[in-house]
Design a protein. Sequence first.
Length: 349
Amino acid sequence: MTQHHDTLRAVTWQDNKLQLIDQRKLPHHHEILSLETAQATAQAIHDMVVRGAPAIGITAAYGVVLAAREAYRQSPTDWMALIGKDIEALANSRPTAVNLFWALRQMQALFPQINGDPEPVLLAAAQQIQQADIAANYFMGELGASYLPQGKSVLTHCNTGSLATGGYGTALGVIRNGYATGKIKHVYADETRPWLQGARLTAWELVQDQIPVTLLVEGAAAALMRQGQVAWVIVGADRITANGDVANKIGTYSLAVLARYHGIKFMVVAPSSTVDMQLATGQQIVIEERLKEEVLRLNGQTIAATGALAWNPVFDVTPAELIDVIITEKGAIENPTTEKMQAVFNASL
Ligand SMILES: CSC[C@H]1O[C@H](OP(=O)(O)O)[C@H](O)[C@@H]1O
């Protein structure tokens, strides 16, 4: 299946159902799950059928559409009272990406103004959230690429492309724009243990787009940086707090420390649905820990010594002082501080 970034969609609404690429099966198997309930949607987010902060938010928005359909079918007059358990299931699916909670708030804010069947209004709202995310990605792609020198290499972490968003991507959107405009000549992607979003998803997206990508294990990042090949490290985010601290895939903090040590610039790319101005610093972010088996096993095979335990936080927090610029659809925040974040976000809240 050859799909390019402008058509690749992790999340689609088709035939009155939510359709998700099962990202657990990529890159060798391209399977679609069709979902018709909010509970199944919450399970799909938890199981990482779909993952990536913006994609999780968009999926949750469609989950609310499915929840409203079911509640209205049960009781056209009391559907708002019945929908709560499904909203709660969606809210409990994964804790770190604030996009999920942002999307649920956006959708629930519409409830009081709905008369009659909620589905048409809520479906239009969910589709608008996805379209706005795609538009934001194209804008951020251009804004982020404007920071890049000509003809250099960049390093990225995890997957921040069409598979992690409404389409096109955040950090991968900058990389797509940077490659198309000649700013980027080569992309280094680390494999991103334990779930291998880099090796399985980012490499797949870039190969599909014929963008040269070299995979490395996380442990090789310092040696690569020391060779002087990398001009920028470009990553996504799952939650950005009011002072500019960034929660992102585990290993991001290590890359930020290494980048600063090697005099390499560090860019975070995320839409405003990833910004949480209610949290003062990254210390307050809930970091998801997943099953230890994700570390101890790979493709169903045990790779660790029997009896070994594992610690599996799937995000870490990069302090704002290690970030050179945060790219959002509301503008760039260079050397982020609380004051600079408030100038961009509180003004727009
Ligand atoms: C476009 S942001 C994607 C963001 O989400 C990823 O986490 P996960 O794959 O566990 O959902 C990772 O933190 C990416 O940077």
